[in-house]
Design a binder for this molecule. Sequence first.
Ligand code: DX5
Ligand code: ZN
Length: 216
Amino acid sequence: MKPIISPSMLSADFGHLAKDIEMINRSEADWLHVDIMDGVFVPNISFGFPVLKYVARLSEKPLDVHLMIVQPEKFIPEVKALGAHIMNVHYEACPHLHRVIQQIREAGMKPAVTINPATPVALLKDIIRDVYMVLVMSVNPGFGGQKFIEHSVEKVRELKDLIESSGSQALIEVDGGVNVATGARLVEAGADVLVAGSAVFAAENPEEAIRALRNL
Ligand code: DX5
Ligand code: ZN
């Protein structure tokens, strides 16, 4: 099975966003990954809903929205208004994760839970049957272009075991330092979806880079 590819807009050229989104539209990418940061949950701020409104209008690919913010449930209506396909919230930002997952589903979106590098897979045991997807962070969230954390491959394997043993249908997405080399190992370990920022946008031929990831 070919992996689903979700290029991360964080590494796009913000001076020419429309051009980069048109490239994604033409490419073999499956989704468009958008990273929302608040400067509180992560030490950076990216872009917000006024910008994303235009991105959503231009994008022909379903939006895979990754919220790196505290209290993400406050923004369910805004994410919904973008027409988002998936809403990813961080495990570490949601003390009432079960409720937030239900709220996302009730709003008509696919709920996904994201875990930071220091959060163990085992903590997902009681939520794994309720989520559409688990996003494994393979860098500490906040910035593009960081070095892949090796232990993530093992985490994907462990998560795959948890999903299979619990009868869950959840997809496994990985985000951070993904390129053809790390991507191949992640897919082998059980990853279904690869997010790639710099590996796509810093490539000489981004469409070709997307195709290479998709053909892993
Ligand atoms: C980081 C973001 C990622 C980022 C990945 O916090 O969640 O989506 O864009 O960038 P690369 O692929 O360059 O590591
Ligand atoms: Zn992301």
